[in-house]
Design a protein around this ligand. Structure first.
Ligand SMILES: [Zn+2]
Ligand SMILES: [Zn+2]
Length: 341
């Protein structure tokens, strides 16, 4: 007789996310069954919920899951798993990768063309129980609460990777566009490197949080490019965490010569940028997706040390649909995290 659990489920493309009863699968070889303790809610969940086609439907959302291993699938090589029952682990957006392509063998599994993603091409972690590939699980250090660890598995990891891709020398100036779940973490990671921070958002409340976290300058998003250039001499790099073409254009305008524009937020939109300025100013434009495995370990260690803290509010699973709606309206300061009983 199969067991059941509650999960946040998207029953069809562009449908409302609803809480539904789903059966708990048995772990296959190489997989673990995890009893969830916490899972963050990410903008990418909204991105998936808004897609015209879904690779899996119905689909369980969620890719910031922390829980304990309850059972391991029978491994082909007995005892090969680095994990045991009872270990606390994290499920990230990277659910599995092929292990054999150029990207996988060089530690860039996040660019594997055959990867599967939690809460997108595989069932996710907004569920009482989830099955996940052991090869992509990450160990959660003791002393880091599950509700704190959850946002680090996507928001923290992504923010840390983006700050590294911005490649700013100590004392340089970084503009962070979007002070939500990723932005408030990106700010803290960049501050640790001695980077000066210009925080940009439409919300005065979020800019106030950025000032409290040590932002050197806070700027309203409208006309941010002009403000940063005219009043502050421009920035060495801009990380754009929102998915708006207007924000990308403002960030581009804010750059100094040889500046770097790092795009992170996901959207099905396209954007336009001026060719002349890109060329004559020697601008670098790059995308940043998640980070390296080392980045994730660093992020979890910084979290366990209390050096970087995610601002979280915790809620029961039943509130997931309402939280997604608040996130859509930009009304979640920091990160909303589901706490499982
Ligand atoms: Zn995410
Ligand atoms: Zn691969």
């Amino acid at each position: 007789m199969s067991r059941h659990t509650e999960a946040a489920v998207l029953s069809a493309p562009r449908s409302e996310v609803a809480i539904a009863s789903v059966s708990i699968p048995d772990p296959e070889p190489g997989e673990a069954l995890i009893k969830l303790e916490a899972c963050g809610i990410c903008h990418s969940d909204l991105f998936v919920a808004g897609l015209e086609k879904l690779p899996l439907s119905p689909l369980i959302l969620g890719h910031e899951g922390i829980g304990r291993i309850e059972a391991l699938g029978a491994d082909r090589i007995a005892g090969a798993s680095p994990f045991h029952s009872g270990d606390r682990v994290g499920i990230t957006f990277l659910a599995s990768s092929c292990g054999a392509c150029d990207w996988c063998v060089s530690g860039r599994e996040r660019f594997c063309p055959r990867q599967l993603n939690s809460g997108y091409t595989r069932h996710g972690a907004l569920s009482g129980y989830a099955v996940a590939d052991v090869s992509q699980l990450v160990r959660i250090p003791d002393g880091l609460a599950s509700e704190q660890a959850a946002p680090l598995c996507c928001a923290g990891w992504t923010a840390y990777g983006a700050v590294r891709e911005a490649g700013i020398a100590s004392g340089g100036m970084l503009a962070v566009f979007g002070m939500g779940g990723l932005g408030h973490l990106a700010l803290q990671y960049a501050k640790r490197n001695g980077t000066r921070i210009a925080a940009v958002d439409v919300s005065e409340e979020k800019l106030e949080m950025a000032r409290a976290l040590g932002a050197d300058i806070t700027v309203q998003a409208e006309n941010a490019g002009r403000t940063l250039t005219k009043e502050h001499g421009g920035v060495d790099a801009a990380v754009v965490l929102t998915a708006s073409p207007a924000a990308i254009q403002q960030a581009f305008r804010a750059l100094r010569r040889n500046g770097t524009l790092v795009l992170v937020g996901l959207s099905t939109n396209t954007y336009e940028l001026p060719i002349v300025d890109t060329v004559l100013k020697g601008i670098t434009i790059r995308g940043s997706f998640l980070g390296t495995k080392q980045d994730l370990d660093d992020v979890l260690q910084l979290g366990a040390q209390g050096a970087v803290t995610a601002h979280v509010e915790t809620h029961p699973l039943a509130e997931t649909p309402a939280l997604l709606e608040r996130l859509r309206r930009g009304q979640v300061p920091g990160r909303a995290v589901i706490s499982f009983p």
